[in-house]
Design a protein around this ligand. Structure first.
Ligand code: A3P
Length: 909
């Protein structure tokens, strides 16, 4: 406050100087004018009063415009801040110190054990607006759900005597009320038996209803009403996240609200509002109208919450989450704890005139103290770029110094020394040198540098990962945590996630609506109302409600000028206190990261996307990298079906090129299925050097991709348009070939147990034997694995080769494959492949004469499979093979392979 006053005084000083001059001028004015006007012209003496009037006129007409002109010039040059408009966080609420949580705040009851924490959402259509809002809210809060289009039959509701859904939601309650008798009874029976509640929304109808009965219930509705001033029933047991006591003053969004009237004790209002034109008599409002009603289940033993409007009104989003929690008996409850960190990137970075001054630093400190009272452990987290220290005007340089005088008041992390984007470095030494400059600056100024946290300018190098950045971070700063908005993409924000790469935890980062250049409230994009809306129930408020751990990005410029960051955060924290029971606290980035990955362990593994699919990612990707360094098709296996033969035949093609060989796994890279995935995208792309002289069709073959659980998901993330090639032979034969293969490689278990012993090993067999059995048999469950691929890729991208035809007629197979890959002109394999009598397989023709066959390990000689093993496997694979036939027909494969027909007909029943 003192600083603010000081600032105003400083501003006034030059004005006072001018005012004094004007006064002096005015005093001499009459005398001077008297002397100046020649008496010859005016022989009669002019009266003092007239001279005074003349003088005033001169002042008004000449001096004042000049004065204001000069003042405006002064303004433009030195005063960037319009102090009259700088916003103050004056959010107040009557209940701020009132009781915080209702008694039954965790909603837990015994019934919770009977159904899964999952929501079944009946939508009108797959595209309906409210349905989408509901799904997005569930994604944001990571609540599991299943969408069904209402009107069709009810999906299976139970599994092994357990309910599959904890709450059922109807986007349009009418669809529930008008369900056919059979389905309605089924659903109601499920709700009663498993204590599952229903949430329903009354959809706006074209026809205005007045006192219409909700079909079959003692409750009446009035529709299409405009409302204002919403408040909550403080006695409601549903309230948990939401805190009652306040009123949302003013008109509520939309003119199509429904209100409820009931005269049965099962109904209790949750939310009320007033008609827009309700001014009451003598200033007294009429009785409020119920806009959300709770049905306690006293009428038909099913609990419900019915909303008179959708999720457009921010408060309904909170009440929807509370209803889910209440009706699921606490199973679908969000924690009330929220961790909160505000990064201030770009400390010392910024143009003259936009940086922070001493009074801004004082304001930061006093706001920080106030926030600390509301958010225990809170400190602004400052990211510095030392190169730009003292690069402002004199006042701003003092601001830099005042920050450093208060080092201990803040948390600190290193930005880049010169704010350079790390992806622009292709030289590790240069990157390390620049980081060291910042480290030396930190040492010199006494800035702590052991937080283990860093943020990269513009997210560059974090995702898409620039491996040099990860290496340099580790070496110079021992970084263990960073954060980005870019993983997997900036938008939609609800899908932002974390991952761990090279032992560095990458946390998702949230935006607050302030960017480097949003520094004046009157220039806020969309106007001040937009920022206030975001704070008061809108995007920023909801971000904190939905995310248990929040790291916000702000910039130094947001703390100078109109200090919008101070305003925004203090306001939103106060608003959260008014309307929610959320407990905010803060921590170090390292502790936040540890909490995050404890909460979401499934996010540990990264998913590498294609940087070229996102223009923002492409901007922060090295110019030396290219998406041409990625394969256009993959041969995915499974093992022992002829994949090496296919790989070799493809490599003969003049327009097709395979990856460079791996030193460990030879022709196979095995990126998507194994630990190589953690080596990152750069590692993978190094196998596909771009040949500027030819544009060959690049491919990769790794036979273990076929049955890898995570592989389809990972491939789809990086190569969504890739074509997939698989080869299938009889799964029984494949299992036997695989056994012979690993036996030949000296596997001790395979050498100690016969094939029959391996495939018949029971659950009590030694673990290594059971593991070998699984590795032998699992890849042959073709339908299961193909279904997984088909959840990510359309059938048009998948080509299935019959491995028996590959053996007997590879030329036909290669012709078909080229057609599928749309490779023109087609390469004629006739003169390039020849059957080799000795090898008993097709081999590559060299110089039109000799043939080059695959090595000894392909097309091995081993005794035929025992009949008993064959029969056993045919029976074992029967259900899988039957499912495979169905799948092949479904995806349009006209001819079912002969081996598949044989396996099915020969299988003992
Ligand atoms: P066997 O060695 O059991 O006969 P993969 O390359 O996927 O490991 O598959 C090896 C299998 O490819 C061999 O299994 C063999 O049957 C089959 N194959 C198909 N065409 C071949 C070819 N032209 N030369 C050698 N093996 C071929």
């Amino acid at each position: 406050m003192t600083n603010f006053k000081m600032n105003i005084d400083k501003l006034r000083l030059p004005l006072l100087g001018k005012e004094a001059t004007i006064k002096r001028k005015k005093n001499c004015m009459t005398q001077c004018l008297r002397n100046w006007i020649p008496t010859r012209l005016f022989p009669h003496r002019i009266s003092n009063l007239k001279i005074l009037i003349l003088a005033v006129l001169i002042v008004v007409l000449i001096i004042i415009p000049i004065y204001y002109y000069r003042l405006s010039q002064f303004d433009l040059k030195y005063i960037n801040i319009n102090y009259s408009t700088r916003p103050t966080p004056n959010i107040r609420c009557s209940m701020i110190n009132g009781p915080r949580l209702p008694q039954n705040h965790d909603h837990k009851t015994e019934a919770r054990l009977r159904s899964d924490p999952k929501v079944l959402v009946f939508v009108e259509t797959m595209y309906s607006k409210l349905g989408k809002d509901i799904a997005e809210l569930l994604v944001h809060t990571r609540i599991k759900y299943k969408i069904e289009v209402a009107g069709k039959s009810v999906p299976v509701l139970t599994s092994l005597d357990k309910g599959k859904y904890g709450v059922i939601v109807f986007e349009n309650l009418n669809k529930y009320l008008q369900m056919d008798k059979w389905n309605r009874e089924l659903l109601d029976k499920y709700c009663r038996e498993y204590f599952v509640g229903i949430i329903g929304f009354i959809n706006p109808s074209e026809e205005t209803l007045v006192g219409a009965e909700l079909k079959g219930f003692p409750i009446f509705i009035h529709t299409n009403i405009q409302l204002k001033d919403a408040a909550l029933n403080a006695a409601s047991q549903i309230l948990r996240l939401t805190r009652p006591g306040e009123t949302v003053w003013g008109p509520l969004p939309g003119d199509d609200w429904t209100i409820f009237q009931a005269n049965h004790s099962t109904y209790e209002p949750l939310e009320w509002a007033h008609k827009i034109d309700d001014y009451g008599h003598e200033g007294l409002m009429k009785t409020p109208l119920t806009t959300i009603v709770q049905d306690h289940g006293l009428f038909d033993n099913i609990q419900r919450v019915i909303f008179g409007s959708g999720l457009k009104f921010w408060l309904h989003r909170l009440l929807f989450l509370d209803s889910l929690s209440y009706l699921s008996h606490g199973q679908l409850s969000l924690s009330l704890e929220r961790k909160f960190l505000i990064d201030i990137d770009d400390i010392f970075v910024g143009d003259k005139g936009t940086r922070i001054k001493p009074e801004d630093v004082s304001a930061m400190l006093s706001t920080q103290r106030r926030i600390q009272n509301m958010v225990p452990g809170f400190k602004f987290n400052l990211g510095f770029s030392g190169k730009y220290y003292q690069h402002g005007n004199p006042d701003e340089d003092k601001g830099d110094d005042l920050i450093l005088e208060n080092i201990d008041e803040f948390r600190w992390f290193s930005h880049m020394w010169n704010h350079q984007q790390p992806h622009l470095y292709d030289n590790l030494t240069q990157l390390i040198d620049d980081m060291n400059l910042n480290k030396n600056f930190a040492k010199e100024k006494g800035i702590p540098f052991d937080s283990g946290y860093s943020v990269s300018p513009h997210h560059s190098g974090v995702y898409p990962a620039h491996e040099l950045l990860y290496t340099a971070w580790k070496r110079v700063w021992n970084i263990r945590v960073t954060s980005t908005e870019e993983y997997p993409h900036l938008r939609p924000a609800r899908l932002r996630r974390g991952f761990i790469h090279r032992n560095i935890m990458v946390l998702p980062r949230q935006t607050c609506g302030l960017f480097t250049h949003t520094i004046y409230i009157d220039k806020y994009p969309g106007g001040r109302d937009k920022l206030d809306e975001s704070i008061q129930g809108g995007e920023l408020f909801q971000t904190i409600v939905y995310n248990p751990i929040n790291i916000f990005m702000t910039h130094m410029s947001n703390y100078g000028n109109d200090r919008l960051a101070l305003y925004t955060f203090e306001s939103v924290i106060k608003f959260l206190q008014c309307w929610t029971n959320i407990k905010l606290s803060s921590d170090t980035p390292l502790q936040l990261a540890e909490s995050y990955f404890k909460l979401y362990p499934e996010e540990t593994d990264p998913i590498w996307g294609n940087p070229c699919d996102d223009p923002k990612h492409q901007k922060i990707w090295s110019k030396n990298k290219s998406c041409d360094s990625l394969p256009k098709f993959l041969v995915i296996g499974p093992q022992k079906t002829g994949t090496t033969a296919l790989y070799t035949f493809l490599s003969i093609h003049p327009s097709i090129a395979s990856n460079l060989p791996s030193t460990e796994t030879f022709e196979e890279i095995q990126f998507f299925n194994a630990n190589n995935y953690y080596k990152g995208l750069d590692w993978y792309m190094n196998f596909f050097p771009v040949d500027v002289n030819s544009s060959r069709y690049m491919f990769e073959k790794s036979a273990t991709y076929f049955d890898g659980d995570l592989v389809p998901k990972r491939v789809h993330a990086l190569l969504p348009h890739t074509k997939l090639v698989t080869i299938l032979i009889s799964p029984a034969k494949r299992a036997y070939s695989w056994y012979q293969h690993i036996k030949a490689h000296g596997d001790t278990i395979a050498n100690n147990y016969s094939f029959h012993q391996v495939i018949t090993a029971g659950d009590t067999a030694p673990k290594p034997l059971r593991e070998l059995r699984n590795r032998c048999l699992n890849p042959g469950k073709y339908s299961q694995h193909l279904e997984r691929w088909l959840t990510y890729f359309p059938p048009q991208q998948l080509h299935i080769i019959d491995g028996e035809i590959l053996k007997s007629n590879p030329i036909e197979v290669m012709d078909e494959l080229q057609k599928f890959l749309k490779i023109t002109p087609q390469f004629n394999y006739t003169g390039h492949l020849r059957y080799d009598e000795k090898k008993k397989f097709y081999c590559q023709v060299l110089n039109g004469e000799r043939t080059k066959c695959l090595g000894k390990s392909k097309g091995r000689h081993y005794p035929p499979m025992e009949e008993k093993s064959l029969k056993l496997l045919q029976r074992y694979y029967l259900s899988h093979n039957t499912a495979l036939v169905k799948l092949l027909k479904r995806i349009g494969m006209r001819n079912v392979p002969q081996w598949l027909q044989d396996d099915l007909t020969d299988s003992p029943t």
